[in-house]
Design a protein around this ligand. Structure first.
Ligand SMILES: C[S@@+](CC[C@H](N)C(=O)[O-])C[C@H]1O[C@@H](n2cnc3c(N)ncnc32)[C@H](O)[C@@H]1O
Length: 394
């Protein structure tokens, strides 16, 4: 195998289907729980509902003060404000001061597009020395992993482009006319490469989301799998958002390290649709190949007690077998298709939360066991969300 470049235990190797993939270096192994890569964000942008509630630079959820000029960005400390000013805000502040956030074009966008527009603005602020550079016109030639790691802007330029051009989000007019090359070039990498920054205190990752972030090296390295052997988490430390990729299981030498780009509990067809629309590829992981042979999941019926019993029985009564084949036709095919419907986990977790707080407590135990069984069945081994439901149950 061609393994020319490495960072720690990671190598980037050429792949015919996905351009490059991260693999564990030859002769090395990664242990379950080990941090494989830890990188600070190049830039982040708070989701609109968090503006003014978290610091615009370090993203901590503590009291903030608004920038006295634009009154839009807000920071938890003079230190964060100064760092943000030097990094990008001094260029973005005049655009925000002229009322961009109050413009009809901005206000009429979805919350996600607003966050994308803010992220693109900050990236422009950060990269503006090179924003006019003709090099934003074309892709960077492939670079060594060490060079990608030491130069995040070049690493960003080296990311894969979205297969279908999408209209830019609303941006200040003066910027659209002065830096069209930069904006179009940067935007074409957004969907395939940006991360939703969230915490895992919620069973549903989306509801713990508070920002969007660009972590070019992590984007450049990790491919998707619906049965991944690693996952990404976000830490707020040293005044920055960090992305950590951790091993979910022991990963042998030369094996590919993959992360899930979306919630692994989504049904097969939903995953395929999103992966092809957002990232432009067909997933051919082991789990997809098995699940595409199964019947379409139907909406769980009211009550769903029989489904709960079936999933609990399948997971806890045959522990050795399901561990080996949990995504195999052997286990999934003999369970009702509704357990693979994304509503089923939502129904169970809502009911569990309510029973844990208000009773009946004996039923909370049964619902909790079914929820844990479903998490064990549908999520990758050691996935943190499974740990959370186990923790509540114990
Ligand atoms: C965040 S990048 C991953 C790094 C990418 N392989 C590279 O060389 O830059 C996401 C893109 O990688 C490719 N990709 C990621 N996972 C894949 C997979 N399981 N199968 C095929 N292509 C994949 C797709 O083109 C996707 O839009």
């Amino acid at each position: 195998m061609d393994t020319p470049y490495s960072i720690g235990k990671l190598n980037l190797v050429t792949d015919a289907i996905s351009r490059n993939k991260a693999v564990v270096a030859a002769g090395q192994t990664v242990s379950a729980g080990e941090v494989i890569l830890s990188v600070p964000s190049l830039v982040t942008s708070l989701l609109p509902k968090w503006r003014g509630k978290r610091c615009d630079l370090c993203c901590r959820n503590i009291p903030t003060r608004a920038c006295s000029r634009c009154k839009e960005a807000s920071y938890c400390s003079a230190n964060c404000q100064t760092r943000a000013w030097k990094a990008h805000h001094r260029r973005v502040c005049p655009l925000l001061s002229s009322g961009f956030h109050l413009s009809h074009a901005f206000m009429s966008q979805s919350a996600e597009e607003q966050a994308n527009a803010d992220l693109l603005l900050s990236l422009w602020g950060l990269a503006s020395q090179t924003a006019e550079d003709e090099s934003w016109d074309s892709e960077e030639p492939d670079m060594a992993l060490q060079d990608l790691a030491s130069d995040p802007i070049h690493c960003f330029k080296n990311l894969v482009l979205h297969p279908h051009a999408r209209a830019l989000p609303a941006l200040p007019r003066s910027l659209l006319s002065s830096h069209p090359k930069f904006l179009n070039s940067a935007w074409s990498r957004f969907d395939c490469n940006n991360f939703v920054v969230h915490n895992i205190s919620s069973l549903e990752p989306e509801s713990g989301a508070y920002a969007l972030g660009i972590f070019p090296l992590a984007s450049r390295c990790f491919n998707h799998s619906c049965s991944p052997n690693a996952w990404s988490a976000f830490r707020l430390r040293a005044g920055q958002v960090w992305l950590e990729v951790r091993a979910l299981e022991n990963i042998p030498s030369e094996a590919e390290v993959s992360i899930p780009y979306l919630d692994p509990v989504l049904p097969f067809r939903e995953r395929h649709l999103r992966l092809s629309q957002i990232y432009g590829f067909e997933c051919s992981c082991k789990r997809c190949n098995l699940e595409k042979q199964l019947a379409l999941p139907t909406l769980p019926p009211e009550g769903s007690v029989l489904l709960e019993a079936a999933v609990t029985e399948a997971v806890f009564a045959s522990s050795e077998e399901w561990e080996m084949h949990r995504w195999g036709a052997e286990v999934l095919a003999r369970l009702p298709a509704s357990i693979r419907h994304e509503e089923f986990m939502k129904i169970l977790s809502t009911r569990f939360e309510s029973q844990v707080h208000d009773g009946p407590y004996a039923e909370a135990w049964l619902t909790g066991r079914a929820l844990l069984a479903l998490c064990l069945l549908m999520y990758p081994l050691n996935y943190p969300i499974t740990g959370r439901s186990m923790w509540i149950l114990l």
